[in-house]
Ligand binder design. Sequence first.
Ligand code: GDC
Length: 333
Amino acid sequence: MKQKILIAGAGGFIGGHLVKYFRDKGKYDIVCADIKPLEYWFQLFDNNKNFSLDLKDYENCLKVSKDIDYIFNMACNMGGMGFIENNKAECMMSVLINANLLRASIKNKVKKYLFSSSACVYNSQKQLKTFVPGLKETDAYPADPEDGYGWEKLFSERMCRHFYEDFGLETRVIRYHNVYGPMGTFDGGREKAPAALCRKIIEAVNKDKKKIDVWGDGKQTRSFLYIDDCIEGTLKVFNSKFYEVFNVGSEEQVSINQMIEMIEEIANQKFEKNYQLDKPKGVRGRCSDNSLIRSKLGWDNKTTLKEGLQKTYKWIDEQIKSGSNIDKFTKSH
Ligand code: GDC
């Protein structure tokens, strides 16, 4: 009997890459679920069971988790700063997905459940300066996370812990730090900084423009995690024996201006910057501290930001040039 895996949020960015990973292994029955209509899924494979439905609904959670061994819950209504800052209530509604999938996991005797949390749970007071020390897992408390989205993630993390302690469900929780790469959104309102800035530079090159828009003053810092490293880290945590939370991120902290310089090198062209101080900026500085996952699981980020941006830039450039089938990556669904 093949093991049966449910990927919730299979139509999204990390979900789509996870589906591909398990499909390439060839030894699993894969059930995929996402609220988006199938034509908007970033990666769609015919030989899986694909469901377009709303996992905020308990009955739907029961349906897709029937006879499932393992659940990877990547489903949530999210995006980059431009989305989460302006859709706090929508972001918080994702709590229903996690609550109902956890309930359904108990009912359907699921063996293990992974929840995708976020660096947005970290205490904002630790992120007031540029180039902050890396955030350790303990830095989420006392709680003062990103408003809306971050509160939902922190609450759902906590629910996972108590479903383990009270009901014995094996839960795993990962705090992802700004994951980027090919096959993700790059326009339309949900895109994050790496994809957005690659796209802006590609468009400027194509239209022979000399200036690009940048949100904030460009001095704010982040660390960005390439999707291949993200998938590897996800599997490490999932297969471990630990139900405590782990960072899965990069320790390569850069300012947005430094990231833009890397993209300019890839494009082989420099641009003037129009700094838009009224746009969503989020925290001033953020970076992962990987000490815990390095010491307990032997995982670390491998891809440099420059290497990851090269691959992302090339992929976005190809999408824009071909122009076919790009609606799903450029419109907010
Ligand atoms: O959107 P994001 O990548 O999310 O933005 C990073 C920084 O880049 C922000 O300060 C933003 O103002 C700046 N920035 C400059 N230009 C642009 O054109 C642009 N587009 C975007 N989007 N940003 C620009 C994210 C959350 C996620 C997730 C991760 C976890 O916050 O939005 O949902 O959970 O964090 O690490 P970011 O890093 O603030």
